[in-house]
Design a protein around this ligand. Structure first.
Ligand SMILES: NC(=O)c1ccc[n+]([C@@H]2O[C@H](COP(=O)([O-])OP(=O)(O)OC[C@H]3O[C@@H](n4cnc5c(N)ncnc54)[C@H](O)[C@@H]3O)[C@@H](O)[C@H]2O)c1
Length: 345
């Protein structure tokens, strides 16, 4: 049985409980003619619910147990499609690869770390292929496009995910670090869209009803500034400018271009690597006042998020499914931040 809050209506049955968490047991023992509208009295308050007996909808995994494949309820939108995920060997990229593969897509795992990409491809099997690529190098990106064209011919979904963080004060940061961040997080999106966009456009010419997608994995730092992290935030803000501009241009080729702006992926290597992760770095540098353990540093950051946790791969996957499924949106930046960043315009 499922019970959901109803807009109103006339109750066909009623049940009284002291607290809402007693409701499942009360419903199980009550003799109710369902489906119908149910009046539930909790203490003094009466609430209306819609209750049905059409069978238990499979509960979606949630919370920490939910890996990227947990979002597979919307899997049909990518089933049978061909996708490429840059930076797919680890972190968010690997989560996205796993999510897409479990949803029935063929996925190119494209990464500078060719070994990591190959080992993930070996683990996930024949609906994947590894490509070694440097997304900041035009020849390398062009070679990746040629490999894809020669292997599957077509391409439906590009997830431009590879990115780096080089944090540092504007008063001290080396220009080389600033440039590297800009090359990989910003310029590379131009190169990816240029070379892989041509494949998507070609696909559209052969199948004119077929819409394709370019999705940039941006960041909440593409929506609000980031203290002592200007190179990163600037590259991500710029990324949204490219997304909006390319979206306008590529409409005529049936290509939607959107960004997803995740919050922090606390379970990923960037934060949780025991030697080089940000939690351990922030603990050592005393960035979080009073914190004496990695767990305390983590709690400090989780407390900044209204939904009280970091972003999971499954959260990002749900946004990907949405953007692929949605036929009437392009040029958007979708926040997936647990409420930490809210759009204002
Ligand atoms: N981790 C977070 O908290 C977080 C939050 C918001 C957004 N993001 C964004 O998500 C994306 C992935 O971040 P992550 O934390 O999973 O990163 P990560 O460091 O865990 O993984 C990045 C992957 O990209 C690859 N890569 C790096 N440079 C490359 C290049 N020049 N060419 C090809 N591949 C390259 C790396 O080898 C690695 O496999 C980035 O765009 C990042 O800005 C991350």
């Amino acid at each position: 049985m499922f019970v959901t809050a109803a807009e109103g209506g006339t109750a066909t049955a009623s049940v009284a409980v002291e607290a809402l968490d007693e409701l499942p047991a009360a419903l199980a023992s009550a003799d109710l003619a369902l489906p119908g509208t149910l009046a539930v009295t909790v203490g003094e308050e009466t609430l209306a619910f819609t209750a049905g007996t059409v069978g238990d909808p499979a509960p979606l995994p949630h919370g920490k147990e939910a890996d990227a494949s947990a979002a597979a309820a919307r899997a049909r939108v990518v089933e049978g499609k061909v996708a490429v995920v840059t930076g797919g060997a680890q972190g968010f990229g690997a989560e996205i690869v796993r999510g897409l593969v479990s949803s029935g897509a063929f996925v190119y795992i494209a990464d500078l770390n060719g070994e990591g990409a190959a080992s993930l491809a070996a683990e996930l099997g024949p609906t994947t292929a590894a490509i070694t690529v440097n997304v900041a190098d035009e020849d390398s990106v062009a070679a990746m496009a040629a490999t894809i064209a020669a292997t599957t011919g077509g391409l439906d979904l590009v997830v431009s995910n590879a990115g780096i963080v080089r944090a540092g004060s504007v008063l001290e940061q080396e220009a080389a670090d600033f440039r590297l961040t800009t090359e990989i997080n910003y310029t590379a999106f131009f190169l990816i869209t240029k070379h892989l966009g041509r494949l998507l456009a070609a696909q559209r010419r052969t199948a004119p009803v077929w819409a394709t997608d370019i999705i940039q994995i941006n960041s909440k730092s593409g929506l609000v500034g980031s203290n002592k992290n200007g190179a990163y935030a600037g590259s991500k803000f710029g990324g949204i400018g490219l997304v909006q501009s390319f979206a306008l241009e590529l409409v005529e080729h049936g290509i939607k271009v959107n960004a997803i702006c995740p919050g922090n992926f606390y379970d990923g290597p960037l934060w949780s690597d025991p030697d080089r992760g940000l939690f351990v770095q922030y603990l050592r540098s005393g960035k979080v006042p009073g914190a004496t353990t990695v767990d305390e540093v983590r709690e400090f950051y989780e407390a900044k998020v209204p939904l009280r946790r970091g972003t999971y791969g499954s959260d990002v996957m749900r946004a990907i499914y949405y953007l692929v499924e949605q036929e009437y949106e392009t040029g958007q930046a979708v926040p997936v931040t647990g409420g930490q960043v809210m759009l204002s315009s």
